[in-house]
Structures are given as structure tokens and as C-alpha cells.
Ligand binder design. Structure first.
Ligand code: CP
Ligand code: NVA
Length: 300
């Protein structure tokens, strides 16, 4: 059977994405009853992380343990990659010993190279272009709270970044509309915008984007690797902080989502993040369940 990688949401068919979310919900319910089935007993996972992480690392490592397998975490200083060993060599060596490789990196090309040379599935745990695992958990969270996402209107307020790109993919594959508001110059990738057609609507106005939407999503204004632009970005993103006014402008029942880590007072106010519409803790927990379902699909 051909190896299946998960580098972006495009690697799963729309019905597979929805089935995976349902499976994640089953695994969540089972764990709540104390039932952990060793579906990946004896399987091993290498985690090559070239960027910081709290949620992604924890959810993959604990998820693999709950599935009966073993996870090995490699931070940049632990492997020979930092000392110049090519990824194509690393990919082949790891493939000879593990059943799946999870990689968090800078450029998308790096995870593509890993996948090109690996003979086991490679999972993108965030790169500069996509964060597909996050969106699996976000879809699960939306569906748990509001049911079917098809036909819904979701607002993205802030940077046209990796998480935004994965939401865009979700919109085009699952038939909902993503209303994106960014400051000028911070729009998402133009090629992806074109590919999304009517599923994505762009503006530079957060009130236009959030109007009557079912969910408002944001993320940090300065992603990993953009630390030096932080001050410049804070100025450019003035007016893009998700606050009560934006939430009131959305549907009364609108959810608030953020992949975390959140910077209170920048992209979101404390009161929205901690408020009754916020489902950010569910999103974080669902990383565990969604990725267990993903591992089952790719590795079992
Ligand atoms: N949302 C997310 O990916 O968080 P971490 O960077 O902590 O893994
Ligand atoms: N856009 C953020 C997401 C962090 C989970 C980043 O890339 O740093």
C-alpha cells in the first residue's frame, strides 16, 4: 500500500476529514470513560521539532502513549540536523527504525523533503505555510459545539499565516466560507486564495469580515521566526484585536477560536479569550483526540 503523508489538509479527501473528526470524537468519549485501546501497540514515532511547542508535542507524545506506541522527541540540539546532516539522509535513517515521522519546521519545503525521502508517513506538525493538525482539532471543536460546518460563515481576523492557510483549505474542501480580514500587506498566499475561489473572501476590515459569522478565529500577529518584526507588526495590526465589539458584530452564538499560544491585549482581549464564547481550551484538548485519529488512519 502506498505511504500516506499528511503535509496539508489536501492530503485527505473531504469525507476522510469528516470521518477523522468523528473518529476523534469517539476516541475522546472512550478516554473519558477510561477506555484506552492500544491500536498502535509496538509502533514507534520520531518527532523532529525545529520550532518550539507545548500543545503539539504534548498531544502527539501522549496520544502515541495512549495508543500503546512509543514516541521519541528530537529537539534541534539533539539530532545531527543542526550540524548539517541533510534531511534526505535523516529521512531514510529514521524510516528504517520508526513507523511515522512527525515534523515541525520552518519552511514547507523541509517537510516536503522529509516526505520525499521517507518510506514511512510524515506528518506536518506546523511549518511556515500550514498547520493542518491544528485545523483537524478546530474542525472537531466547531462540530462538537455547532454541528455541521458546511454552509457556515467563519471569520479570520489577523495575519494571513500558516493557520489561516489551513483554515482556507478547510473552507474549500468542506464547503463553508472563510471571511478573512488582514491589514494591507499581510494577506494570505495569493495562489491559495485563487485556488479557494468563492470559499474565501478577503478584506482589510475586521467588522466586515466578522459580520453575522458563526465563529471568529485569530492567531498571533508574529509567528515563530518573525520575532524581529514584532514591533512593526503591532503597529500594522492596530485595529485587528478581537474584542467585544467584533464578537457582538458576529452572531450572538458565535464561537471564538485561537490555536494558542495567545497574546492577550494584542490579537485578542482578555475578556474575549476568557469569555463564554471562547472554546480555546477545547481546541487545545482536541489536538490529542484528532491526532490520535490521524495516527490510527496513517499508521495502524
Ligand atoms: N497550537 C499549537 O500548535 O501550539 P504549540 O505551538 O504549543 O504546539
Ligand atoms: N502562527 C503561529 C502558530 C503557533 C501554533 C506560529 O507559526 O508561530
Amino acid at each position: 500500500m502506498a505511504i500516506r503523508h499528511f503535509l496539508s489538509l489536501a492530503d485527505l479527501a473531504p469525507d476522510e476529514i469528516l470521518a477523522l473528526v468523528e473518529r476523534a470524537r469517539e476516541l475522546k468519549a472512550a478516554r473519558a470513560k477510561g477506555r484506552l485501546t492500544p491500536l498502535l501497540k509496538g509502533k514507534t514515532m520520531a518527532m523532529v521539532f525545529e520550532q518550539s511547542s507545548t500543545r503539539t508535542r504534548t498531544s502527539f507524545e501522549i496520544g502515541m502513549a495512549q495508543l500503546g506506541g512509543t514516541a521519541m522527541f528530537m529537539s534541534p540540539g539533539d539530532s545531527q540536523i543542526t550540524r548539517g546532516e541533510p534531511l534526505k539522509d535523516t529521512a531514510r535513517v529514521l524510516s528504517s527504525m520508526v513507523d511515522v515521522i512527525v515534523m515541525r519546521t520552518t519552511a514547507h519545503e523541509r517537510v516536503q523533503t522529509m516526505a520525499q525521502y521517507a518510506s514511512v508517513p510524515v506528518i506536518n506538525a506546523l511549518c511556515d505555510t500550514y498547520h493542518p493538525c491544528q485545523i483537524l482539532a478546530d474542525l472537531q471543536t466547531f462540530i462538537e459545539h455547532r454541528g455541521d460546518i458546511a454552509g457556515k460563515n467563519i471569520a479570520w481576523v489577523g495575519d494571513g499565516n500558516n493557520v489561516c492557510h489551513s483554515w482556507m483549505n478547510a473552507a474549500r474542501f468542506l464547503n463553508f466560507t472563510l471571511h478573512i480580514a488582514t491589514p494591507k500587506g499581510y494577506e494570505p498566499d495569493a495562489v491559495l486564495v485563487k485556488a479557494c475561489g468563492k470559499a474565501v473572501k478577503l478584506s482589510n476590515d475586521p467588522l466586515q469580515a466578522t459580520k453575522n459569522t458563526d465563529c471568529v478565529v485569530t492567531d498571533t500577529w508574529a509567528s515563530m521566526g518573525q520575532e524581529e518584526e514584532k514591533r512593526e507588526r503591532e503597529q500594522a495590526f492596530a485595529g485587528f484585536c478581537v474584542d467585544e465589539a467584533m464578537m457582538t458584530n458576529a452572531h450572538k452564538q458565535a464561537l471564538f477560536m485561537h490555536c494558542l499560544p495567545a497574546y492577550r491585549g494584542s490579537e485578542v482581549t482578555e475578556s474575549v479569550l476568557e469569555g463564554p464564547q471562547s472554546v480555546v481550551w477545547d481546541e487545545a484538548e482536541n489536538r490529542l483526540h484528532a491526532q490520535k485519529a490521524l495516527l490510527e488512519l496513517l499508521v495502524a
